[in-house]
Design a protein around this ligand. Structure first.
Ligand code: 4FN
Length: 255
């Protein structure tokens, strides 16, 4: 997969030379090009922003620079290549969107800064707007890196053995249970017996119950879209009954 990132702050992408991102690039599975938008300026000051029409302060990224950079990235790109503006007004990023993007041959990511970009760039050259969540940021660079981390780890061959395991179950919308490593007792806290039993079926069942319970407690919203078996739906009903029993007992306690 090729990803072009268009940014005024290319040095912010230093982390893309580490860890899984580096492995993907080293293996030739990811062709990441971090492109300095100032390359596409024409004046000696390399001006990429200007004051807003209508006043109000702050600076706006110039449309000519952005469109020239996008057009350069799209040269010899497949028809329909997504040009994604990372933006608070985009649809909220998710694992499902990451899966869809991972199937593409080429992505172009545009990072905003200052007050944002000239609206005509959205009309002329941007095909998608994606947000990583609702908080104020200073730029789209970190969102672009979040998106790339989620997408690149899905590319075939990027993750070795570690990729084939537990995390893929996140795709079905349920959290994981608790994890433990040695020692068996740490500061008086023991690792649950079942994990030390060597009974793989029992371990798998325990983990699934713990993950479901955790999802029920902390992220019940995820369960609306989760792909659950009949057994798992039965367990959820069980949790609901436990909660109801606890609630009744507490009300009894109040007198
Ligand atoms: N942010 C909000 C409302 C109004 C403005 C912002 C904001 C960076 C260029 C956009 C933010 C959040 C998630 C990109 C936020 C994201 C950005 C993102 C982002 C500079 C203009 C700006 C959501 C709080 C109501 C600044 C909220 N995902 N403006 O942060 O690029 O991708």
């Amino acid at each position: 997969m090729r990803i072009d990132v268009l940014t005024l702050f290319p040095t912010m992408f230093a982390p893309m030379n580490e860890s899984m991102m580096w492995k993907a690039r080293d293996k030739g599975l990811l062709d990441l090009r971090v492109i300095d938008l100032r390359t596409f300026t024409h004046d000696k000051h390399r001006t990429a922003d200007d004051i807003p029409y209508g006043g109000g302060g702050g600076m706006i990224m110039k449309p000519d620079v952005l469109v020239a950079a996008i057009e350069a990235s799209l040269q010899s790109a497949p028809a329909g290549t997504p040009v994604i503006y990372l933006s608070p007004q985009g649809r909220v990023f998710s694992h499902r969107i990451a899966q869809q993007l991972a199937a593409r041959e080429h992505l172009v990511l545009l990072c905003g800064h200052y007050e944002g970009i000239d609206e005509r760039v959205l009309q002329l050259a941007v095909t998608d707007e994606i947000s990583i969540g609702d908080y104020v940021l200073t730029g789209g660079e970190l969102p672009a890196m979040v998106l790339m981390d989620a997408v690149v780890r899905l590319l075939p061959g990027v993750l070795g053995a570690e990729g084939a395991t537990a995390l893929e179950s996140h795709a079905d919308g349920v959290l994981e249970g608790p994890h433990y490593t040695r020692p068996a007792v740490f500061r008086g806290l023991a690792v649950p017996e079942v994990l030390q039993s060597g009974n793989h079926a029992a371990v798998a069942a325990w983990r699934r119950v713990q993950g479901l319970r955790r999802t029920w407690r902390h992220r019940p919203d995820l369960l609306l879209r989760a792909a659950l078996s009949e057994d798992e739906r039965y367990l959820l009903a069980q949790f609901a009954n436990e909660d109801a029993a606890r609630w009744l007992a507490a009300r009894q306690g109040e007198g």
